[in-house]
Design a protein around this ligand. Sequence first.
Ligand code: CMC
Length: 436
Amino acid sequence: MPQDTVTITDNRTGQNYTLPVENGTIRAMDLRKIKTGPNDFGLMTYDPAFMNTASCRSAITFIDGDKGILRYRGYPIEVLAEHCTFLEVAYLLLFGELPTEPQLKDWISEITHHTMIHESTKKFMEGFRYNAHPMAMFVSTVAALSSVYPESRNVHDPAIRLHQIKRLIGKVPSIAAMSYRHSVGFPYVYPDNDLTYAENFMNMLWKMVEPKYAANPVIARALDILFILHADHEQNCSANAMRAVGSSQADPYLSTAAAAAALSGPLHGGANEEVLRMLDEIGSKDNVPAYIKGIKEGKGKLMGFGHRIYKNYDPRAKIIKWTADRVFEITGRNAKLEIALELERIALQDDYFVQRKLYPNVDFYSGIIYQAMGFRPEMFTVLFAIPRTVGWLAQWQEMITDPEQKIARPRQVWIGHETREFVPMEKRTPAPVAAR
Ligand code: CMC
């Protein structure tokens, strides 16, 4: 019997099946041959929320959640955050290798020349209500780019694909900044191609009447590091949305908009906004024990804590804490930090959190930095979406070029009625409220 196999006995029939094991997985399609008879469809797996299902083979981002390890293309996140710029890391994620000096120069120049958005898209943004959530504006405007670049539908042409990748990476900070300026009623600021990616974003956010925006270098570097930390995170909810929508061969603007929509939820990228609301609700360090008690009694979740994959300290949270100290030297300490540190201290020694291996995740401290930089909580998830666009595009490109991938289409376990007799209108009874 070959070693890399698993043998399954079907107790319904007494039959044995030997299935190959590759990379610690069996092929779900191999289970189909396990049948009770010729009319049996064959065995499937039932895995709501993909708790134990690999949907792809990937070489982009590696996470060892038990050890708290995160690597992009083999490089530890700590090393990249220390030595690289965000656009350098974007290149690595997309093309698999760190760029040489001339490659990086060209890459920066190409991205920089795609930062402008079409004037009609600007008008589109102007149509949003004054109090629209920036994430809703971001998602809709990224989708609207599909109407500006119809050639993007040709997802199997590598040159067209690369062009859209550059456009999206160049344009998402512009859209994000416009959604911010719209929400505060300020005129939009055009990109400044003399500035770095992070500096230019700050320029589009915060330039007022000065002829040239001068970014604070410490804040610009902190933002760049935050972008590196958020750039990709393997098969998370939004990457999965990107792959699933992209698998239908929708264009990359629509797929990215779908991924950004997935990111907006409070259990995913929307958690950073919720952390700030939670800290406001707690109000002071003294109220932390009572708040934790409430969580343990089932009154909500401790936002910014827990992760599907990390059962150890999220390595990104450690770097964010270090970055926060640099930012606070410029902005002054955010008063909420005291509450957050106390929450972390108590939670990390509490049995409830210890037993469930719940640690601070990337969203726990990022909002505190963003707030110290002057952002309102509504903007936090948009700040996450800018760098994550790179990860979504890397995942999309990998999916499109993978000969094994097809349209993503899960199966279901049918628990509904068998064929029913049609009921004429006069004989129908109202469905119970819960069933509607
Ligand atoms: N506070 C209190 N209890 C929690 C928390 C939390 N933040 N997270 C998980 N638990 C409990 C959960 O109730 C469950 O307890 P029990 O076994 O008694 O039912 C146990 O821990 C396992 O949790 P789960 O819900 O089965 O875990 P999951 O993998 O389905 O969910 C998660 C992961 C991130 C959605 C969840 O931990 C959560 O909702 N955290 C708060 C929201 C958050 O911070 N999200 C950001 C995630 S990281 C960045 C990103 O993805 O964008």
